[in-house]
Every structure is written in C-alpha cells, then in structure tokens.
Design a protein around this ligand. Structure first.
Ligand code: DX5
Ligand code: ZN
Length: 219
C-alpha cells in the first residue's frame, strides 16, 4: 500500500505558479481542483492549468473534477496527460462507462464522494476504479475544517479492499494537516490531499515529507 501526498494548488500563489510547483517537487502527485460553480459554489480553472502545470513540473498530475456532467468533460483531462482523473459519484450520469473510457484513454480513475454520500452502491464495482476519494470537507473551498465522521467510510472501505485483494487507493481531501493525517492513516487512508497546510508553511517540501512520514508511521 503506497502512501501518497498530493498537495492541492488551489490556494497556492498563482502569480508564482512555476515556483510553487517546483517547491513541491518531492510530492507524489499535484492535485488540481477543477470547479464549475454548478456542482460546487466556486469557480476555479479548467484544462489550461493542467497544461501549464505539465510545463513546470515532472510530478504527475491528478485532476479533481468538481463539475456537473463529468461524462462530457473528464476525457479531455486524460487526453491532456493527467495521470489520474477523479470525478464525483454525485455528478456522473454513467460512472462505470466513464471510468472505462478514462482507462481506455490511459488514465487512472478516481471516484469521489462528498462527506454524506454513500459508497455502498459502488462496492460491487471496486475493480473499475483505481482510487476512491472520500471528501473530508464539503467540496468547494480550501482551508475548511476536517470532518472526522467521514472516517467510518474509510475504515469500512479499507476492510473491504484488503479482503478482496483489489488494488484501490483510498484518498481523503480537505483539512489534512499533521494531526488529521494521522487520524486518517489510522482509519485506512493511504492517499492524502493537503492544500493550506502545505502552502501556508514556509518550507513546502519539508511539510510534504513530514506528512508522508506521519502517514507511514500510522498506517
Ligand atoms: C476542496 C478541494 C481541496 C482543497 C483542499 O473542495 O477539493 O482539494 O484544495 O484544501 P485544504 O487542504 O486547505 O482543505
Ligand atoms: Zn480536491
């Protein structure tokens, strides 16, 4: 089970985007949050940010699509070279078909769940995905407080994944810092998105290493 730290660039200094990316070159993936002001009440950016990121870093990119109708848009993020494309279970019209299309385009596939969304309808389909992203805040904004109630889902999922032998990463996103990374790791999580906790620190690279080490020690 590989531990991965994915810094979210949502609240990085966009005027220094290239330097910000270089300051996290020890990360496992760069997490790019795409928001359409429909699925979530915020608007961020689209494909051009992936293209810009690819020119500035060798670290693989994961797109987290907080958008309506991912069936229409997700494929273009795979084609743009994202290693992983994650779309929301609540937004997809035909999630299994979309997952197969993304894999066909050469990407890994993540399925995301808001904090109060049920994972149960998908438990017979674990092998169609590479990762489940369980949101630990309501999606839309960085800097929110971690919702510990969500960890009952990650615990259940970890048990099922380990029993089945299927390779599925379990990721959390929202409010991850030195404390919550430990709680989440203990609850079976192995992929962690961290936005403000990394980018408000003076030493971004150092913080990524600290979060990874804490997760490893508590897995
Ligand atoms: C929120 C985004 C997150 C966000 C995380 O909807 O999906 O990726 O940037 O930010 P922090 O780590 O500050 O909660
Ligand atoms: Zn995200």
């Amino acid at each position: 089970m590989q531990i991965r730290i994915s810094p979210s660039v949502l609240n990085c200094d966009m005027g220094r985007f290239r330097e910000e990316l270089q300051s996290i070159d020890n990360a496992d993936r760069v997490h790019v949050d795409v928001m359409d002001n429909h699925f979530v009440p915020n608007l961020s950016w689209g494909l051009p940010i992936v293209e810009a990121a690819k020119q500035s870093t060798e670290v693989p990119i994961e797109a987290h699509l907080m958008i309506e109708n991912p069936d229409r848009w997700a494929r273009s993020f795979a084609d743009a070279g994202c290693e992983m494309v994650t779309f929301h279970s609540e937004a997809a019209g035909a999630p299994i078909r979309l997952a197969r299309e993304l894999r066909g385009a050469g990407a890994k596939v993540g399925l995301a769940f808001k904090p109060a969304s049920a994972i149960e309808p998908y438990l017979d389909f674990l092998d169609e995905f590479d990762m489940f992203l369980i949101m630990t805040v309501e999606p839309g904004f960085g800097g929110q407080k971690f919702l510990p109630q969500v960890l009952s889902k990650t615990r259940k999922l970890r048990q099922l994944v380990d029993q089945s032998g299927i390779e599925l990463d379990i990721q959390v996103d929202g409010g991850i810092n030195r404390e919550t990374v430990v709680t989440a790791a203990e609850a079976g999580v192995n992929n962690f998105v961290a936005g403000s906790s990394v980018f408000t620190c003076a030493d971004h690279r150092g913080e990524v290493d600290i979060l990874r080490r804490l997760a490893q020690e508590h897995s």
